[in-house]
Every structure is written in C-alpha cells, then in structure tokens.
Ligand binder design. Structure first.
Ligand SMILES: Nc1ncnc2c1ncn2[C@@H]1O[C@H](COP(=O)(O)OP(=O)(O)OP(=O)(O)O)[C@@H](O)[C@H]1O
Length: 186
C-alpha cells in the first residue's frame, strides 16, 4: 500500500502534537493511518549504542531527561554527516499506510528530506499554543533543550502549508477539522 499523503507535524513542546496526532489517527482509522516518530529509531539506535533500556528511554521517566541532552548532541553529530539519516530510518521501519503522520518534525532538514523523497504528497502543519497554555500542560523551560535547534529549528520557518492553534478544546476541534479536510482532498 503506497502513501497517498504524508503530514509533517511540527510544534513547540507541549503544543499538543501527540494529542492531535492520536485523535487524527483514530478518526482516519488505524487501518489507513499510522503515526511515525523520527525520534523512534533515533532512540532505539542511541539505546543500542549506549547499552540502555529502550523502554525507559521511550517513557516519560526522569531517566529519559537524563539522556535527552546527550542524545541531542549524539544525533546532531550523525545528522551533520547525513541530514536525512533518522527520517529515512523512521520511514523504513514504518508500516505501509495510506496516511502517515510524522509527529515530531523539528528541523528544516527534516522537511527538506521528506519533500525531496516524497514530493507533492507531503503537507507541512505547524501547531501552536501560547506559552501560558504550554506551561499549564507541564512545560518547564530547560536550557540546552528549549533553546536548541531541536526545539527552535522551525520557529522561523515561513512555508507551512497550514498553521493551527491548540490552546483549548475548541481550537483543537478546528485544527482536527482542518487537517481531516486536507486528507480528504487527496
Ligand atoms: N486541546 C487539548 N485539550 C486538553 N489537553 C490537551 C490538549 N492538547 C494537549 N493537551 C494535553 O497537554 C499535554 C501535552 O500534550 P502533548 O504531549 O500532545 O504535547 P507535545 O507537543 O506532543 O509535547 P512534547 O513535544 O513535549 O512531547 C498532554 O497531557 C495532553 O493531553
């Protein structure tokens, strides 16, 4: 089954990327749609390289935070040599579905790789929420995370196909409707 559309989702921490992506997947249907995380194989490769437990790295445990900074540095070194390395690994490992939702697009090089690889079926979507709302959802600013490329690399990107807000349930519903109508056009 070939992809008909690939949605690249970007947003700051706690903007609600996972929340919206999970809703989209259940509305479109898991038989037609899957969520891809570029950080999925990244964490698996990092864990294997460093003798760590992948399950703990993937969960929301304090353990994950301990390695977050080092993982960013390590992956930046790999990306410097091959910018699409982790994007390709994520796609290679993904189930073939009509709709792929890539839920953690963080860099201009991620968008470039997807557009070069998949062309016109790629749509870019930026989700935003105010700083207050993000803090209410548990965001605590971390130097070395929130001021790094992995978090800020797309702040000045201007070519989003669609931009949606997710400050509350009403916003979320509008965002979902907007994205579903994009998918239905394909
Ligand atoms: N529209 C919404 N209504 C209610 N709760 C929401 C909404 N959007 C997100 N949340 C909640 O806010 C928290 C953060 O959302 P989520 O994990 O989806 O953000 P994220 O952008 O994926 O964050 P991170 O980049 O840190 O993984 C979660 O607890 C989620 O349930």
């Amino acid at each position: 089954m070939n992809n008909k559309i690939i949605l690249l989702i970007s947003g700051k921490r706690k903007s609600g990327k996972d929340y919206i992506c999970e809703k989209l997947k259940s509305l479109i249907g898991p038989d037609k749609c899957d969520i891809i995380r570029i950080s999925g194989p990244l964490k698996a490769i990092y864990a294997a390289d460093h003798g760590l437990q992948l399950e703990e790295l993937m969960s929301d445990s304090p353990y994950k935070e301990t390695y977050r900074l080092d993982m960013i540095k390590w992956s930046d070194e790999i990306r410097a040599k091959n910018p699409g390395y982790f994007c390709k690994a994520a796609c290679d490992n993904a189930f073939k579905k009509i709709v792929w939702i890539v839920s953690d697009v963080r860099r201009k090089s991620d968008i470039k790789w997807f557009k070069e690889t998949y062309g016109s079926i790629v749509r870019t979507i930026r989700i935003s929420a105010t700083d207050d709302v993000r803090r209410q959802r548990g965001l605590v600013f971390k130097t070395g995370v929130d001021d790094e490329e992995s978090e800020c690399g797309l702040d000045d990107y201007k070519e989003w196909d669609h931009q949606v807000s997710n400050n509350n349930e009403d916003d979320c519903q509008i965002a979902i409707n907007t994205i579903i109508s994009i998918v239905e056009k394909f």
